[in-house]
Design a protein around this ligand. Structure first.
Ligand code: PRP
Length: 205
């Protein structure tokens, strides 16, 4: 049995669609259920940011999670495969009518991704004041909470609708298949076999 942690939402749906194509049967969660068992697989539906914790503590053997989350958490996990779904970018955004003043001694950045933000600006030798938020990040520069934001941009609509622009792209992200290090040893054959099947399937796209 392989336990797979999936991030609730579109990435879980797209991953289960890949499983359906590979195994030719239905992989569908019942309404509100958080566990699904089909054949040799057990799927867990968790929050995107929680996938690394489930896999790190081996409550799941493998998981699917955005590269942005992996970079932010920086846990000791095996990165197996880029699934090429859930593509987005992590960007620095600002109000349309403002520019980032690199020489300012106290730039305030609002973000969910504190570590990515700190690493990025420290590489530029810029000391920034990071304000941790949990959502609606785009609001922060509009009401003076921050000078800029670091956030996920997928279509760009949220920034545009709120009068913000992308000033820099920090990284590109997509969903990756990850494994727990012990599971990768204990269940190597099952994991490698699944890895091969998924690789084949996503190549067809
Ligand atoms: C993300 C991000 C932006 C939005 C960008 O939030 O924080 O607000 O998507 O998408 P766009 O470029 O297509 O407009 P999301 O709703 O995914 O999740 P959250 O609850 O973690 O903020």
């Amino acid at each position: 049995m392989l336990t797979v942690a999936l991030p609730k939402g579109r990435i879980a749906e797209e991953t289960l669609a890949i499983f359906e194509k590979i195994f030719g049967k239905s992989f569908l969660f019942d309404d509100r259920k958080l566990i699904l068992e089909v054949g040799e697989f057990r799927f867990l539906l968790v929050r995107n940011q929680d996938v690394p914790a489930y896999v790190l503590h081996q409550s799941a053997d493998i998981g699917v999670v955005g590269l942005d989350v992996l970079e932010e958490k920086d846990e000791d996990l095996v990165r197996l495969l880029d699934l090429g779904i859930g593509k987005c970018k992590v960007c620095v955004g600002m109000r349309d009518d403002e520019e980032l003043n690199y020489n300012s001694p106290d730039i305030k950045i609002a973000t969910k991704m504190v570590n990515i933000t700190q690493n990025y600006f420290s590489k530029k030798a810029m000391a920034v004041d990071v304000i941790k938020l949990y959502g609606s990040i785009e609001l922060a520069p509009l009401v003076g909470l921050a000078d800029a934001i670091v956030d996920i941009v997928e279509t760009g609509t949220t920034m545009k609708q709120n009068g913000l622009k992308v000033v820099e792209t920090i990284m590109e992200s997509s969903a990756h298949l990850i494994a727990n290090k012990n599971s990768f040893i204990e269940k190597k054959e099952e994991i490698i076999s699944l890895y091969r099947k998924i690789s084949e399937e996503i190549k067809k796209k």
